[in-house]
Structures are given as structure tokens and as C-alpha cells.
Write a protein that binds this ligand. Structure first.
Ligand code: GLA
Length: 464
């Protein structure tokens, strides 16, 4: 939005804000601003595509002058930490994700089907002119300060080891530096309502939030897929978890009301609209895990071993996901028992996802639900990443008449299940699950009905 000399607000969209601004200033912009120059840029937002930018432009144009002024002052977020908008220059919202199907296949070139969810990291920040970073987490009430130099050794400015939560923003800054993106320091505060260690990508949401902030500050020319790849690199190389691309991809590229079908062998993806009368319900077992435990990396190593052995007989394959079930049947005896089980899960899970996306497109929710059930059994028996509490939640859900299917979601070893339930019956489902789970375990679970939302967004930026 540009403020014209007569105090009118001009609204438009552009792919190059600097160019547009200089055009307006030199009287070569829209007729309106030509007549009313000089103009001042007072507010901008970043949109994912030209299409969403056009849509947003129309919505902004329909607003009254006062409403536009309120937006530039951050008042649209009234009630949501409103005073932050007078203190901070940037506000970023980055969602968690739930995976509907395709578990432990993203580091095997397989297809996945996650969705970004309406639980997110909220990040406020101010740019600094040096290379120092001051970051607060509101939820833990902790704060760290580090420099570009100190973060290289995972230390703060007093050479103290960084706390775990600070590794994620530090990792992203480190990765950006490794990739030679222009960086400047910042002070930031963030909070999150993505439960930590629950398999809903709380850490990827933080990484993607900080990466989007840095992209905005540094005006990097980088799309959301590249942003996700940079965050995955950060997590693999700095945090030390050899995760695949699924989580960062979903947090960055989410699409409202849609699941995202991503082929991790070539990064092609498309959104698949979710049926309206189905609720996606997440049930938290309250058993916590940390991804960095060796179990995740161990699973990955088994897959690499399986690929190496199978490649001898199926030479043209690059990923385990390319092995056909009949080929696996022919050569599985060559693999040690545990490795064989891991590989079988991966190969069959890839098959399930390819089938599931067809079911979803044809709104065959029963068929989809059946594949979720099979996916869970495979994670329990072959990949061995489930726990009794997760098995119980899945069993309870599957016994509920209006639940189409349920499975653990994310890496496993604790965390959440995801269930597809007839929307009208969702409250009944929640009540039933809470009651039955606590009856057997004494644990009160948290249960959310979640909506699929857009990926990361710089929601607001104040122009000084
Ligand atoms: C974690 C990882 C992902 C993926 C899942 C399991 O969430 O970050 O890359 O491997 O586990 O599907």
C-alpha cells in the first residue's frame, strides 16, 4: 500500500517492490499515484502466487480507508498481542503439519501426503544492523543472544552451549550463511501452539518461520520449496537429525483445505482438496519423544543398507521407493531380518500413498481409511516405531463407527494419531476417545479438530 500526498491509500501488487516503488516515485506508476506523487510505501505483504496476490489486492481494495490504516498499524491483529505490532517490524506465522499417509518414506524417495495445520509458530522480529541475534521463547520464558561467530560452535555470546530450542533458529541462520544468502542480525520473540515432540513438526515450524523472516529481511529471491530445502539442510547438518523433506515442505507450502501430495524423488507436488464433511482429528497420546534420538537415524541407516543390497540385483534404482513389490518379493531373502522388515514397510507404504491419493480424489474415504489402518499396522509390525499408547488410540478410533481410519502420524516413538471422522460425529468422537484413553492409561489426551491451512506467511510488516 502506498500513501499518496493527498492521504489516499493506493493498493496494488507486484513481483518487485523496489522497482514498483521507484516507478511510482518517478511518476511512472499507476495513473492514480502519478497524479498524487510523492508517494510513500506504508505496508506490504508477501503472497505465495500471483493469483493469491491478485485476490488479496481485491480484498484490500474493498476495505475502507480506516480499515487500511488499521492494517498498516497492525490493528487487524487486535487482541492477538496487539502491542507487539508497535514494537516489532515483522510478524510471521508458520504452521505445524499432520501427515495423512506416507510415513518414513520421504528419505527413500517415496510419496507423502501431509497437510499444514491451523496450529502455528508466531514470530515477531526487528532487524538489526549488526550480526547479533537475540531470540526469546515466550512459552519457555527463556532468551538467548548469539553472534554469527558463536552460533558456529552452537554457543551463545558468553560461550555457553545453546539450549535445545535455540538450535532451530541458529541452524537456519547457519544454513543461510553456508548458502551465502545475505544475512542481518535481528531481535525476535516467538511462541507456538504446536505441541512439542508430538509428531506435528513443532521444530520444522520454527525453522520455517525464521527462514521466512530472514528471506523477508534479506529480500532473498527464494521460493517456498527452496526455503524448505534450506531448513532441511539446517536440521540435517546443524541439529544432526537426518530427517527427510516432508515436514519443512508442508510448513512452507501448505494449501488451505488441502492435503499436499509430494513425490520426494523429484519434489513435484500438488494440492488435493480435502472432502468437506470429513474432520481430521489429532489425538495426542501425551507420550513425548525427541527426533534426535538415534532410533530415527537408525531406521534411515537400515533403509540405506537395504538399497545397497537390492541395487546389486536391481541396478537402475536410485531410491528404495522405486523397488516394485514383486521385485522385493524376489530378492527380500538377501536382506538381514530387521533390514528386510524396514524395507518392506517402505515399499508397501509408497504403494499405499499412490493408491490413497486416487481414493482421495474420488472421495472414497472408506478406501482411504483402510489404507491408513494398514499403514499403522506396518509402522507397528515392520518399522517398529509405534508404542502401546499409540496402538491403543488407533484401536479405539477404529472401533468408533464413524471413524474411517486412524494411524500414528509423524516419526512415531510417541506423539499423536490422526483419524478421519465423519464431521457431524467429531464431538462425539472426541468425548469417546478422551474417556476410553484415560480409562485405560490414566492419561488425559489433548484432541484437536484441525483445518488444513496455508504455509508460512509474513503476515505483517511495518514500514518505518
Ligand atoms: C519426521 C521427519 C520427516 C519424516 C517423518 C516420518 O517427521 O522429520 O522427514 O521422515 O518423521 O515420516
Amino acid at each position: 500500500m502506498l500513501l499518496c500526498s493527498n492521504h489516499a491509500i493506493y493498493t496494488g501488487w507486484t513481483t518487485d517492490i523496489n522497482r514498483r516503488l521507484s516507478q511510482h516515485k518517478s511518476g511512472r506508476g499507476a495513473n492514480y499515484t502519478k497524479m498524487n506523487s510523492p508517494v510513500e510505501l506504508i505496508y506490504w505483504e508477501t503472497q505465495k502466487t500471483n493469483q493469491t496476490a491478485r485476490k488479496r489486492e481485491l480484498a484490500l481494495k474493498k476495505m475502507t480507508h480506516q480499515m487500511k490504516k488499521n492494517i498498516t498499524n497492525g490493528e487487524i491483529f487486535k487482541g492477538k498481542n496487539n502491542n507487539r505490532f508497535s514494537i516489532y517490524e515483522f510478524f510471521v506465522s508458520s504452521p505445524g503439519r499432520v501427515n495423512l499417509l506416507g510415513e518414513h518414506v520421504d528419505y527413500n524417495g517415496g510419496p507423502v501426503l501431509p497437510a499444514a495445520i491451523d496450529r502455528s509458530v508466531s514470530l515477531w522480529a526487528n532487524r538489526k544492523e549488526n550480526l547479533f541475534f537475540n531470540i526469546k521463547t515466550e512459552d519457555l520464558n527463556q532468551e538467548v543472544s548469539f553472534s554469527l561467530d558463536s552460533l558456529m560452535g552452537k554457543k551463545d555470546i558468553n560461550q555457553q552451549t545453546l539450549p535445545d530450542w535455540a538450535l532451530y533458529p541458529a541452524a537456519v541462520i547457519w544454513a543461510a550463511h553456508q548458502k551465502n544468502h545475505p544475512i542481518s542480525g535481528f531481535e525476535a520473540i516467538f511462541s507456538s501452539n504446536v505441541p512439542i515432540g508430538a509428531g506435528l513438526s513443532s521444530s520444522a515450524a520454527i525453522e520455517v518461520a525464521f527462514a521466512a523472516l530472514m528471506r523477508e529481511i534479506g529480500r532473498w529471491d527464494m521460493d517456498d520449496m527452496e526455503l524448505a530445502l534450506m531448513c532441511q539442510f539446517a536440521e540435517n547438518e546443524y541439529v544432526g537429525v537426518k530427517c527427510g523433506i516432508m515436514d519443512q515442505f508442508a510448513c512452507a507450502n501448505g494449501v488451505e483445505n488441502s492435503a499436499l501430495y509430494l513425490d520426494t524423488s523429484n519434489l513435484n507436488w500438488y494440492p488435493v482438496t480435502l472432502p468437506k464433511d470429513i474432520a481430521i482429528i489429532i489425538t495426542d497420546s501425551k507420550i513425548r519423544r525427541t527426533l534426535s534420538t538415534s532410533a530415527y537415524n537408525e531406521r534411515r541407516n537400515s533403509c540405506e543398507e537395504a538399497l545397497k543390497i537390492l541395487k546389486v540385483n536391481i541396478p537402475n534404482i536410485q531410491f528404495l521407493s522405486e523397488v516394485l513389490p514383486e521385485q522385493f518379493f524376489q530378492y527380500e531373502q538377501l536382506l538381514p531380518t530387521t533390514t528386510r522388515k524396514r524395507a518392506k514397510h517402505v515399499i508397501e507404504e509408497c504403494y499405499r500413498v499412490r493408491l490413497a491419493v486416487e481414493f482421495l480424489r474420488n472421495t472414497d474415504i472408506h478406501g482411504f481409511g483402510q489404507l491408513m489402518k494398514e499403514g499403522h499396522i506396518s509402522l507397528r509390525e515392520l518399522y517398529e516405531v509405534s508404542l502401546p499408547e499409540l496402538d491403543l488410540l488407533v484401536e479405539l478410533a477404529n472401533n468408533f463407527e464413524h471413524c474411517y481410519g486412524s494411524r500414528l502420524t509423524g516419526a512415531g516413538f510417541g506423539g499423536c494419531t490422526v483419524s478421519l471422522v465423519k464431521e457431524k460425529k467429531s464431538l462425539e468422537f472426541i468425548e469417546y476417545m478422551k474417556k476410553e484413553y484415560s480409562k485405560s492409561t490414566g492419561i488425559v489426551s489433548d484432541i484437536y479438530i484441525c483445518k488444513a491451512r496455508d504455509g508460512v506467511r509474513v503476515e505483517w510488516r511495518r514500514i518505518n
